[in-house]
Design a protein around this ligand. Structure first.
Ligand code: PMP
Length: 295
């Protein structure tokens, strides 16, 4: 599904066939989740194939590694060049790029001396959803920010995300909305969250969430379009009075939410601020002007 016998990936300084790539079974990443990764999208734009905000993603990768003490030498520019090579060598246009920094064999809990870098890519069509999600408030909380480096995109954090996703599906919902340890809304298992109320967009502040690059792009779009937007803490009950809401992330892009715990929103997606932002986001990733998007 992610590769075939022609697929090429980057592993420790070399472009090699994915089918020939090997890893050691005694690495700290495999056993303890001690590794960092990214997810980046490439789009076929009017100006050729473009990675969306590659430098921001690779800066976050470097920062994630630094936050958890994983030594990592590559610059964002070097990583960007490698990612473009991967796209070219595999003839990919609309694709998802997955860099992973993983640790060498070491069954102790001491920090690593050596790390490996893998960058792979696979086809992932543009997917701007209009299919709204039925969301529940997850019983699985986000990790305590004092127990981990919450702003690092570490492999181990995704146990928490998998648990929340499984719980939502078991309860018959499409997706879960996770709370922080104090009961405030945080984010989805793999995406950030916004809601609209009386012409203002709201999103949780940093502190218990992954600082999403899509979230940041939306804050920039809102500013540019003169759309009121506020970062604030709020409880899930406040969402029952909301006009509309959506999730956002690199993979998810912008996904409308139909209902929370079975309660639909007052406004339809067609009339929401989310739709305007979604249109603008679509233009930006495709390198088009979005001046026509009128608020
Ligand atoms: N939160 C979590 C937990 C995520 O895994 C992601 C996806 N990387 C996001 C938010 C959205 O981040 P971004 O917009 O940078 O993809």
């Amino acid at each position: 599904m992610y590769y075939n016998d022609k697929t090429v990936l980057f592993l420790d300084g070399k472009f090699i066939k994915a089918a020939d790539a090997k890893t050691d079974l005694f690495g700290q990443t495999l056993h303890y989740g001690y590794g960092v990764f990214e997810g980046i999208r490439a789009y076929k734009t009017v100006n050729g194939v473009k990675l969306f905000k590659a430098h921001e993603h690779f800066d976050r990768l470097r920062n994630s590694a630094a936050l958890v003490g994983i030594p990592f030498q590559y610059s964002a520019e070097e990583l960007t060049q490698i990612a473009y090579q991967i796209l070219e060598r595999n003839n990919l246009t609309n694709a998802y790029i997955r860099p992973l920094v993983f640790c060498s064999p070491n069954m102790s809990l001491n920090g690593p001396k050596e790390v490996s870098l893998m960058i792979a890519a696979w086809e992932w069509g543009k997917y701007f959803s209009t299919q709204a999600l039925r969301v529940c408030v997850s019983a699985i909380q986000r990790p305590n920010p004092k127990s981990t480096k919450i702003e690092a995109k570490t492999c181990g954090h995704y146990v928490n995300s998998i648990l929340a996703t499984m719980e939502a599906k078991e309860r018959g919902f499409d997706e879960g909305l996770m709370l922080d340890g104090n009961g405030f809304v945080a984010e989805a298992p793999g995406a950030n969250f916004f809601f609209e109320k009386n012409g203002v967009l709201y999103t949780p502040p940093l502190g218990n969430i992954l600082p999403g690059i899509t979230r940041n792009t939306i804050l920039e779009i809102a500013k540019e379009l003169d759309m009121p937007v506020e970062e604030k803490l709020f409880r899930p009950e406040e969402l029952f009075e909301a006009d509309n809401a959506f999730f956002c992330g690199t993979a998810a892009e912008l996904v409308p939410i139909e209902s929370i715990e079975g309660q639909p929103f007052a406004k339809s997606w067609k009339n929401s601020m989310g739709l305007i932002v979604q249109e603008a986001y679509k233009c930006i990733v495709l390198d088009k002007s979005y001046s026509y998007v009128i608020v």
